[in-house]
Design a protein around this ligand. Structure first.
Ligand code: NAD
Length: 257
């Protein structure tokens, strides 16, 4: 499978799943655009590292995915977008009545609305190029719920809805739109939830991982960023040409329960 000559833009990709997906797309030959809201030398060094390791072109472009205009500007600045991976995301955990409004707004903007803006900007480029793939990183929480994650669950269900709608709008074109729904992947986003959960349940780190997080995941193993990246590469392959408007779970059986 070669993605040589394709340009992939991965939002929120200086860490975790986004970086893992960008690396797997580059391994398959795609030129990649990394993104986050920071503009540190480390961010640009990540792109340089991918370029050197995989022999592709790699750039870092700063854009804040909580702002619609910046989402669209990211795509315009990249200049080409054959593969769009909407991955940027944050989390906040609180009961609905205590959920801070600013956190709700940020989660809905970054985890959901950003995908609307980037997709709107990318589809004309994909049409002009005669080929396109949109891969939305949703979540098992795009298909099921957990208490205290109202904004996240709402946004991820919204991403699945956007995926289906965009797939129908492009169904007769050489463009597909799908969502990957990971279960737990041990990234900084998940690491950040461990201390609070330890305190809440008075548990050790190991017990939080085993009894709270992986309790939902029948395989009892975290999924890896390489597995999510490999699934994205598959969705960009010729074999996936008739796969559109659907979700692919990479969750160790979570949503089979
Ligand atoms: P992470 O914290 O490692 O990565 C999140 C990325 O989003 C980072 O690169 C961060 O810089 C970026 N980001 C955050 N706010 C941004 C903003 N305003 N503008 C641009 N970029 C921004 O977390 P992760 O676990 O790799 O999460 C990546 C995606 O995968 C998220 O959408 C998350 O919901 C989803 N996901 C994660 C898991 C998991 O278990 N880790 C499971 C299912 C889905």
């Amino acid at each position: 499978m070669s993605l040589k000559g394709k340009t992939a833009i991965v939002t929120g990709s200086n860490s975790g799943i986004g970086l893992g997906v960008a690396r797997e797309l580059a391994r398959a030959g795609a030129d990649v655009v990394l993104n986050s809201f920071t503009d540190n030398s480390e961010d640009h060094a990540l792109a340089d590292g991918i370029a050197a390791e995989f022999g592709v072109s790699a750039r870092y472009i700063r854009a804040d995915m909580s702002r619609g205009a910046e989402c669209r500007a990211l795509i315009e600045q990249a200049g080409r977008c054959d593969i769009l991976v909407n991955n940027a995301g944050i989390q906040h955990v609180a009961p609905i009545e205590d959920f801070p409004t600013d956190k709700w707004d940020a989660i809905v903007a970054i985890n959901m609305s950003s995908a609307f803006h980037t997709t709107a900007a990318a589809l004309p480029m994909m049409r002009a190029a005669g080929w396109g793939r949109v891969v939305n990183i949703a979540s098992a929480h795009g298909l099921t719920a957990s208490p205290y994650k109202s904004a996240y669950v709402t946004a991820k269900h919204g991403v699945v809805g956007l995926t289906k709608t965009a797939a129908l709008e492009t169904a007769q074109e050489p463009i597909t739109v799908n969502a990957i729904c990971p279960g737990y992947v041990l990234t900084p986003l998940v690491e950040a939830q461990i201390p609070d959960t330890m305190e809440k349940y008075q548990m050790s780190r190991e017990d939080v991982i085993e009894q709270v997080m992986l309790e939902r995941q029948p395989s009892r193993e975290f999924a890896t960023v390489e597995q999510i990246g490999g699934t994205a590469v598959f969705l960009c392959s010729d074999a996936a040409t008739q796969i559109t408007g659907t979700t692919i779970s990479v969750d160790g059986g979570w949503t089979a329960l």
